[in-house]
Design a protein around this ligand. Structure first.
Ligand SMILES: NC(=O)c1ccc[n+]([C@@H]2O[C@H](COP(=O)([O-])OP(=O)(O)OC[C@H]3O[C@@H](n4cnc5c(N)ncnc54)[C@H](O)[C@@H]3O)[C@@H](O)[C@H]2O)c1
Ligand SMILES: [Zn+2]
Length: 360
């Protein structure tokens, strides 16, 4: 593989390997690291259809017995029902702690399989093989695993770090353009969080990035994983505010997802609109110099991302944002840019300023 970086948390260190590899390399690495009694491959139907047979063959050809856990694609699979089905399937397969669970897919399968790995027999080793851009740059790194409840997203979960994250940017060639663009919203977020050079690269090379050449995407995914790994290292369990800065664009973004019912707007699309709105908010209250919101709007458009907020009443916006996990008592908290490359948390934003941004 072309890149190797380590994630160090309070509990463990694990590698992220990035490069246009072969599934046989993944199989060799899994065999060398774990010598598993069995590999349980978890995927949704779409990803199982595209890559399941090849991954299975690679593992079986080096003597690893493989079993499959599948679910329908989409957020609704991140449920206690599917988790229960998978726990029961693992039990029926007589899976023991010497088995390895490989999550092959986007953030839905990564979060669901991660949660099942964390809880079955009080913990199975987990390998993340992310296949969406969002999962490669964000959800596969950092150990947050969860399922949803009818009352809200990610309400039941824990921290369960993978033992290995294996990233092949070539699998992004089969992703829909809409899902690819949604992942780019999180890439843009990292540029605001840490890296001036990254923002310039995104602005000047959009054609190259959108062509999804694995040689272009490899360094981009690597840079994002470096930033995520560094943030996770500083704040593995989201207790000191560092990890919460990853929520830039997400206070408004989560409200949009909630208000649109989670089925019309993709997470990255909501974050794109949220970043532009929150940058305008930062400008309005004098946290950052004028110009950042316009710059973000231009770069989001380069990647076909929406930037205009949907219309809701102030009461709807307020009640959706008051449910955010970052809030302190009844004050809405934001992770806002001070400048490009620096985001800080605040719960001191005047309510009139928030009103003027979402109701303009
Ligand atoms: N754990 C974390 O830290 C974290 C961070 C961000 C988001 N998330 C979670 O991630 C989830 C969203 O993840 P997502 O955006 O990856 O969605 P997803 O997993 O639903 O994948 C999106 C779609 O792309 C398809 N797909 C996946 N890989 C493909 C490929 N290579 N080619 C073709 N199609 C492919 C899937 O079948 C699915 O239909 C949400 O549940 C969110 O809560 C978790
Ligand atoms: Zn996000």
């Amino acid at each position: 593989m072309s890149y190797h970086l380590d994630v160090t948390t309070d509990q463990a260190t694990y590698p992220i390997l990035i490069g246009a590899g072969q599934w046989s390399d993944l199989a060799d690495t899994v065999q060398a690291c774990f010598k598993p009694t069995k590999v349980v491959l978890a995927a949704d139907h779409t990803v199982a259809e595209l890559y399941g047979a090849a991954v299975r063959l690679a593992l079986e050809s080096i003597g690893c017995p493989v079993s499959l856990l599948v679910c329908p694609p989409g957020e609704s699979s991140k449920s206690t029902d599917v988790a229960t089905d998978w726990w029961q399937a693992l039990s029926a397969m007589a899976v023991d702690r010497h088995a390895v669970l490989v999550a092959l897919g986007g953030g839905v399968v990564g979060d669901l399989a991660g949660f099942v790995a964390a809880t079955y027999l009080r913990g199975l080793p987990l390998v993340q093989v992310p296949t969406t851009l969002l999962a490669q740059v964000d959800s596969s790194v950092g150990g947050k695993v969860a399922v949803n409840l009818p009352a809200g997203k990610n309400l039941v979960g824990c921290f369960w770090q993978p033992k290995l994250v294996w990233i092949d940017p070539a699998v992004l060639l089969t992703l829909s353009s809409r899902e690819f663009s949604a992942g780019m919203a999180e890439v843009i977020k990292y540029a605001v969080l840490r890296d001036d050079g990254l923002m310039e690269r995104l602005e000047t090379s959009s054609d190259e990035v959108l062509s999804r050449d694995p040689d272009t995407l490899g360094p981009l995914v690597h840079r994002c994983c470096q930033i995520k790994a560094d943030v996770v290292h500083q704040d593995p369990r989201e207790t000191n505010g560092v990890r919460a800065t990853l929520n830039f664009g997400h206070t408004v973004g989560h409200a949009i997802e909630k208000l649109t019912g989670y089925d019309t707007v993709l997470h990255g699309e909501a974050v794109s609109m949220g970043m532009v709105a929150e940058a305008r908010l930062a400008e309005r209250i004098g946290w950052t110099e004028a110009g950042l919101a316009d710059r973000l709007e231009r770069v989001a458009r380069l990647y076909d991302l929406p930037t205009e907020l949907p219309q809701f009443s102030w009461e709807q916006w307020q009640s959706a944002m008051l449910r955010d996990k970052k809030n302190i008592a009844d004050r809405i908290a934001f992770a806002l840019p001070r400048r490009l490359g620096c985001v800080e948390l605040t719960a001191d934003v005047p309510i009139e300023a928030i009103h003027s941004i979402v109701r303009c």
